[in-house]
Design a protein around this ligand. Structure first.
Ligand code: XLS
Ligand code: NI
Length: 441
């Protein structure tokens, strides 16, 4: 049942249902069938779709060149607590109507930051109680929480990596509250996205010292949360730039190296965002694979960029080819550990109807579902897996196997090469692999 506050914000829109691929109803799922089992789990379990509080209930279409285009009726109250409660009502109405199970939030998405730290603390406590009630009434849960340590001017030189210790301590206090809030709301993971943890100019930056501070900060945050009984994963969300010129958590490989350097690899995993992967000149599947190889595939932010520019446009996913290739990695990795699929996407500035945000989430869920179904078929019924395996079969026995087992030294390899003489070429069969993907789509 859809749980409403006193007021209905999305009037005229009912619960979104699965109607199958032949449905003509734009407000229905065609592929996302929450209870359908794929590779041993329901789609609901595979994805744990989450709505981003900031974009879906905070974004109003404004950009650096122009004011709001979208009306957020729930924010019409000036008084911060009432506005925050209205926003929560709208959020739970929307998520309930979508039939999703989760939301993701930053501390200041839940309620506007106060004039003082104490006021912020009180506001968050009030909203935590309110959200607990909404969660209990609806069954909707928090996938992850985070602290917004990037909007306030105090963080212009960074938060954990700020050259001023007082700012570092202030950021720690804010993260403590965000952790308390996440724990109180039963949040399943906790995310650090290092927006301003990086630099604008290397000339005025002591990189080593800043990285040491970030390592110490994250270790203390972890220890505090564990003491409070938090059992979930801490997630780092890599991004190469924007708003910093260079962010320290550039991509998965860099972040994993950092986590190992500072002894954080047991408690931290990665939250991979599609548009951040492409900004780092990687693909989404590449980043999934890098994280999965290290056992660190924690969660996904599912947006996409625009191939014509390099910005973080945070658009809803809709490219079946791209997502299918990602779902191949996802399925083979056994999905994400503890996390889910947070859309972290915004509708365009000129998408101004109340139904547009529904259409956007329907499209996003459907493309993931369709890609999952396709990837599952590719893995179970196409020659894709055996072709990949075949490419490496020279390591399955004989000298290749001995090499993998560390039994051959360079002199041995020299002798083998001499004996083999000139080699015939082995095709990579890329086009065949690509055709298999298309055939199953
Ligand atoms: C911005 C990030 C942000 C994180 C949470 O680029 O995607 O929204 O997901 O802080
Ligand atoms: Ni994100």
């Amino acid at each position: 049942m859809v749980v409403l506050g006193d007021k209905e914000y999305y009037k005229g829109i009912d619960k979104i249902n699965f109607e199958g691929k032949d449905s003509d109803n734009p407000l229905a799922f065609r592929y996302y069938n929450p209870e359908q089992i794929v590779a041993g789990k329901t789609m609901r379990e595979h994805f744990k779709f989450a709505v981003s509080y900031w974009y879906s209930f905070g974004g109003n279409g404004s950009d650096v060149f122009g004011q709001a285009t979208q009306t957020l009726a729930w924010n019409e109250f000036r008084e911060p607590i009432q506005a925050a409660k209205n926003r929560a009502d709208a959020a739970f109405e929307f998520i309930g109507k979508m039939g999703f199970g989760y939301y993701c939030f930053h501390d200041h998405d839940l309620v506007q930051e106060g004039q003082t730290f104490t006021q912020t603390e009180l506001r968050l406590a009030t909203m935590t109680d309110y959200l607990k009630e909404k969660q209990a009434a609806s069954g909707i849960k928090a996938l992850w929480g985070a602290a917004n340590c990037f909007s306030n001017p105090r963080y212009m030189n960074g938060a954990a990596t700020n050259p001023d210790f007082r700012v570092v301590a202030r950021a720690a206090a804010q993260v403590k509250l965000a952790l308390d809030t996440t724990i109180a709301l039963g949040g399943e993971s906790y995310v650090f996205w290092g927006a301003r943890e990086g630099y604008l100019s290397l000339l005025n930056t002591d990189m080593k010292r800043e990285l040491d501070h970030m390592g110490a900060f994250l270790a203390q945050a972890r220890d505090y949360a564990r003491e409070q009984g938090f059992k979930g994963n801490f997630l780092i969300e890599p991004k190469p730039m924007e708003p910093s010129k260079h962010q320290y958590d550039f991509d998965c490989a860099t972040t994993i190296g950092f986590l190992r350097e500072y002894g954080l690899e047991k408690d931290f995993k990665i939250n991979i965002e599609v548009n951040h992967a492409t900004m780092a000149q990687h693909s989404f599947p590449h980043e999934l694979e890098v994280a999965a190889m290290s056992g660190m595939l924690g969660s996904i932010d599912a947006n996409r960029g625009d191939p014509q520019n390099g910005w973080d446009t945070s658009q809803f996913p809709n490219n079946i080819q791209d997502v299918t290739e990602a779902m191949l990695v996802f399925l083979k990795a056994g999905g994400v550990q503890g996390g889910g699929v947070n859309f972290d996407s915004k509708i365009r500035r000129n998408s101004t109807d109340m139904e547009d945000v529904f259409l956007a989430h329907i499209g996003g869920a459907d493309v993931f579902a369709r890609a999952l179904l396709t990837a599952d078929k590719i893995i179970t019924s196409s020659p894709y897996e055996s072709l990949r395996k075949q490419r490496y079969s020279s390591f399955d026995s004989g000298k290749g196997k001995e090499f993998e087992e560390g039994k051959l030294n360079f002199k041995d390899l020299y002798a083998i090469a001499k004996e083999n003489g000139e080699l015939e070429l082995q095709s990579g069969k890329q086009e065949l692999f690509e055709n298999i993907i298309n055939r199953y789509i």
